[in-house]
Design a protein around this ligand. Structure first.
Ligand SMILES: Nc1ncnc2c1ncn2[C@@H]1O[C@H](COP(=O)(O)OP(=O)(O)OP(=O)(O)O)[C@@H](O)[C@H]1O
Length: 568
C-alpha cells in the first residue's frame, strides 16, 4: 500500500518525487534488461582476467618464460589462420558469457523435512474443523494432501510460520464469529504462542491468510510530531493499517513510522476520545501525550480523579487553564466547561445567523481531560453531591461545533460506571493493556483482527476511530517528568515540550485580590463572559458560568488551581 509522507504541505512535491522515482526505477529496470548480455560478458571477462592473474602469480618464475612463449605462439597462429582473430574474439566472448552467468544457487523448492512436518501436523489439526462426513471430495481428510490446502507459506529463521494461506471448503461458516475464533485460536496455538498474528478472511475466495506481526516500537519518546492543526497522534501502528508515515527522531536516528492520527474539530466524525485500560497500563500517559500535543493549538482543562498528581507538570503552564484533582474543583471546572461550550455555541450560531465570521473567542480549541471519572462518582455518592459526569452532557453533545474536545480515561472495569453521554459521544476509542476479546469488542465495537498476547508493554493496546478498522497501538513514552523512575532522556523529552509557566502554582501564588485576579484571567483568556446583570439574565441568551456552589467555590471565571489545591 502506498504511504503518504508528511508534512501535508509537501504532499504534492512528495507525489511528484515518488512519480519521478518510479519513472527512474522503470527506466533502470528496462535498461538492465536490455544490457543484461553485456553485463554478463563484462562480468565474465572480469572473472577470466582475475583467473589469468591468479594463474600467472601462481606460476614459478623459472617457468614464466615458457608460458609467455606458448601464449605468443598461440597469438601468432591465431593471427595467421584465416578468420582466426574473429574466431578468437567469438570464443573469448562465449567463454566470458559462460563465466559471467549468474551463479547464485536457486532457492530450494518446497519446504524441508521439518517444515513439511509442521505443515502436515497443522493440516491434521484442521481436519475436524474443515471437513464434513458427507463431503464426497474433502479438502481436509486424515492423511490427505496438505499441499492443496496450503497454497502459500513462508517460514522464519526459527522454522516457525511467517505467512500462511489456508484454503477451506465453501461450507465452512466463515461469516460467523465463533467458528472463525475457533480456527484463529487453533492456528495461534499451533503456530507458536508469544507472537501476534493477523487473520484476513477472504470469504469470497474461501482463503484465510495468517501473518505474523512484528512488535510495535516501544522506544519512541514524546516529541513534536509533524501534524496539521486538529490532528493528534495517539500512537504508532502497523504499516499495513494506515496510509501515511510520520518522520520521527530517535536520538540521532531518523525514521518513518505509521501513526494512528485522531482528527478533532468541527469536521471531526469522532470529536471525543475514551481511553480504557487496566491499572498501570498507560492511560494517564496517553492523556499526557495528547495534552502535550493539544497545547500547541488550544487551551486545556485537566480533571484528575486518580489524584496521584500525574499532571502536575502541566500546572500553571501557558494554555493550561486548570489542573484539578478534588471533587469540588472537578465540579467547578466541568460546570465552567459546560457553560463555556454553551457560550461558544450561542456565539457561533448568532454570528452565522447574522452572516458574520465566527468570533475569535470561539475558535481556539478547548480540551477537557477527565481521568478516572469513576473515582469522582464514588466520592460524590458518598458525599451526597453531584456526579461530575452529569456535567459532561453539553461538552460531549455540542463540543464539536464549539471547538471543545473531551478526552476521558478510566479503568476497564469502570465501563458500566461511565454515563450514557460518555459512552455515546466518545467515538474515538482506545483500550490499553491486556483485555479479553469480549472486553475489546464491548469497548471498540469490533474485535481486533489480531490475536491478543499475554504480555504487553505499557502503552500497548488497540485504537478504533469511529467505524474504522481496529488498529494495534503503541503510545509514545510520555512519562511524568516528576516521577523518580523516569529515565533522563524521556524526562527531558517531556520537559522540552512543556510551554513556559505563566501562572504560578497555588503554593507560590502571590496574594492577589480575588476580583483583580478574576478580571486578569478573564481578560487574558477571553473565554467566559461577565456575570449577567440583575434582571438581564432572561434576556441574555449567553449563560453565566459558575452558578450556585461552583460560583462560591471559585471566583475566577476560568478555574486556575494547582493539583494539590484541594483534595476533598
Ligand atoms: N507508552 C509508554 N511507554 C513507556 N512507558 C509507559 C508508557 N505508558 C505508560 N508507561 C509507564 O507505565 C507506568 C504506568 O503508566 P500510567 O501511570 O500512565 O498508567 P495508568 O494506566 O494511568 O495507571 P494508573 O491507573 O495506576 O494511574 C509508568 O511508569 C509509565 O511511565
Amino acid at each position: 500500500m502506498a504511504r503518504r509522507p508528511l508534512p501535508r504541505i509537501l504532499s504534492n512535491g512528495g507525489a511528484r518525487l515518488a512519480r519521478s522515482r518510479e519513472l527512474a526505477r522503470t527506466a533502470a529496470d528496462s535498461a538492465g534488461d536490455v544490457l543484461q548480455p553485456l553485463i554478463t560478458i563484462a562480468r565474465g571477462l572480469r572473472r577470466l582476467a582475475a583467473a589469468g592473474r591468479r594463474r600467472w602469480t601462481g606460476t614459478p618464475k623459472d617457468r614464466r618464460g615458457g608460458v609467455l612463449f606458448l601464449a605468443a605462439s598461440v597469438v601468432l597462429v591465431v593471427a595467421l589462420v584465416p578468420y582466426g582473430p574473429l574466431l578468437a574474439v567469438i570464443s573469448l566472448m562465449a567463454a566470458a558469457a559462460w563465466q559471467g552467468r549468474d551463479r547464485t544457487p536457486p532457492a530450494p523448492k518446497g519446504p524441508d523435512d521439518a517444515q513439511t512436518e509442521r505443515l502436515r501436523s497443522l493440516y491434521e489439526a484442521l481436519v475436524p474443523y474443515f471437513s464434513l462426513a458427507e463431503d464426497p471430495e474433502p479438502l481436509y481428510a486424515h492423511g490427505g494432501a496438505w499441499e492443496k490446502a496450503f497454497p502459500a507459506y513462508e517460514f522464519d529463521d526459527t522454522g516457525r510460520f511467517a505467512h500462511l494461506v489456508i484454503r477451506y471448503p465453501a461450507y465452512f461458516t466463515d461469516g460467523e464469529a465463533e467458528p472463525r475464533a475457533r480456527i484463529e485460536h487453533l492456528l495461534a496455538a499451533k503456530s507458536g504462542r508469544g507472537r501476534e498474528y493477523r487473520f484476513s478472511w477472504n470469504e469470497e475466495a474461501n482463503h484465510l491468510s495468517v501473518d505474523v506481526l512484528a512488535a510495535l516500537p516501544t522506544d519512541i519518546a514524546a516529541q513534536r510530531f509533524v501534524t496539521a492543526p486538529g490532528e493528534t497522534v495517539l500512537g504508532f501502528t502497523d504499516p499495513t493499517g494506515v496510509q501515511r508515515t510520520l518522520p520521527l527522531t530517535h536520538g540521532e536516528e531518523r525514521r518513518d513510522v505509521p501513526p494512528v492520527v485522531w482528527r478533532t474539530g468541527i469536521r471531526s466524525t469522532e470529536p471525543h476520545l475514551l481511553v480504557l485500560g487496566q491499572p498501570g497500563t498507560g492511560t494517564s500517559t496517553l492523556l499526557r501525550s495528547v495534552a502535550l500535543q493539544a497545547l500547541h493549538h488550544g487551551d486545556l482543562l485537566i480533571v484528575d480523579g486518580g489524584g496521584t498528581g500525574e499532571y502536575a507538570c502541566l500546572t500553571g503552564r501557558d494554555g493550561v487553564l486548570a489542573v484539578e484533582c478534588g471533587l469540588t474543583g472537578a465540579l467547578t471546572s466541568l460546570e465552567w466547561a459546560a457553560h463555556e461550550t454553551e457560550r461558544r455555541l450561542i456565539s457561533v450560531n448568532r454570528a452565522r445567523q447574522e452572516g458574520r465570521p465566527v468570533p475569535d473567542d470561539t475558535k481556539r480549541p478547548l480540551w477537557v481531560f477527565l481521568d478516572r471519572p469513576s473515582a469522582f462518582a464514588h466520592l460524590a455518592a458518598a458525599d451526597g453531591r453531584r456526579d461530575p459526569q452529569s456535567l459532561l452532557q453539553v461538552p460531549l453533545r455540542h463540543g464539536r461545533a464549539a471547538n471543545v474536545t473531551m478526552v476521558v480515561a478510566d479503568q476497564l472495569d469502570a465501563l458500566d460506571i461511565l454515563s450514557d453521554a460518555v459512552r455515546q459521544h466518545t467515538r474515538a476509542r482506545v483500550v490499553l493493556g491486556p483485555a479479553t476479546a469480549d472486553e475489546l469488542t464491548a469497548v471498540l465495537g469490533a474485535p481486533p483482527r489480531t490475536t491478543p498476547v499475554d504480555q504487553v508493554p505499557p502503552g500497548r493496546g488497540y485504537a478504533r476511530l469511529g467505524a474504522g478498522p481496529v488498529h494495534r497501538l503503541q503510545v509514545p513514552a510520555t512519562p511524568d517528568p516528576y516521577d523518580d523512575a523516569t529515565s533522563d532522556a524521556h524526562r527531558q523529552a517531556v520537559l522540552d515540550l512543556l510551554p513556559p509557566r505563566t501562572t504560578p502554582a497555588d503554593g507560590e501564588r502571590a496574594p492577589v485580590p480575588v476580583e483583580a485576579e478574576a478580571e486578569k484571567i478573564s481578560t487574558k483568556k477571553q473565554t467566559a463572559p461577565a456575570e449577567s446583570e440583575p434582571g438581564t439574565a432572561g434576556a441574555d441568551p449567553e449563560p453565566t458560568p459558575f452558578v450556585g456552589e461552583a460560583a462560591s467555590a471559585s471566583p475566577a471565571p476560568v478555574p486556575a488551581k494547582a493539583v494539590a489545591a484541594e483534595t476533598s
